[in-house]
Design a protein around this ligand. Sequence first.
Ligand SMILES: *Cc1c(COP(=O)(O)O)cnc(C)c1O
Length: 212
Amino acid sequence: MIKDNLASVQARINKVNHTQVVTLIAVSKTKSASDVQQAIDAGQRHFGENYLQEALDKIAALENAKVCWHFIGPIQSNKTKQIAQNFDWVHSVDRLKIAKRLNDQRPDNKGKLNVLLQVNIDNEPTKSGVLPEEVDEVVTQIKSLDKLSLKGFMCIPNPDHSRISFTKMAEIGKKYPCLDALSMGMSHDLELAVQNGATFVRVGSDIFGQRD
Ligand SMILES: *Cc1c(COP(=O)(O)O)cnc(C)c1O
């Protein structure tokens, strides 16, 4: 079933995508290592996790699998060390302080940590991320951190108007031609995100089923 779900999500992406390379991230938060293993067996390589402790358990359980782990959840300062040690990508860098800590704590033997700057695209007080008008300054500062490789941007728009927000995010992204990764789109809005230039979509429930 996970295998069929992956195929149908991939087909939805392919149906609307005629331009960019889109990487599907299977968001496995709250799901078991054996669910992740089923997805791996079906050929899935990129996984997204929100909660550090359960992610570390799965990473350990699947240590021999050739997969790429993406941290996509809110980051507290006291979690940065283990994130820097165990993940390949971090999508949810939402302030300079977190970027600096990840940079300082990235192990030397691991190569640069790929990061995306999370943008609070709708200026919502309850959401994480830098405001659109702060992007320029924070990009410059993160670029100076030598253990991080800044690749682009991530956003979680207000679902009431995600089309407008995805367009806005894409417009900001275009100002930085070297930062060409855009992480946006989830189960309910992945088509809109892809049509607006997403290069990563993060899909959980449409692959693994509803979360408890
Ligand atoms: C849970 C989560 C997703 C996946 O959401 P679905 O609606 O289950 O596809 C994507 N991105 C983030 C940041 C999430 O927390």
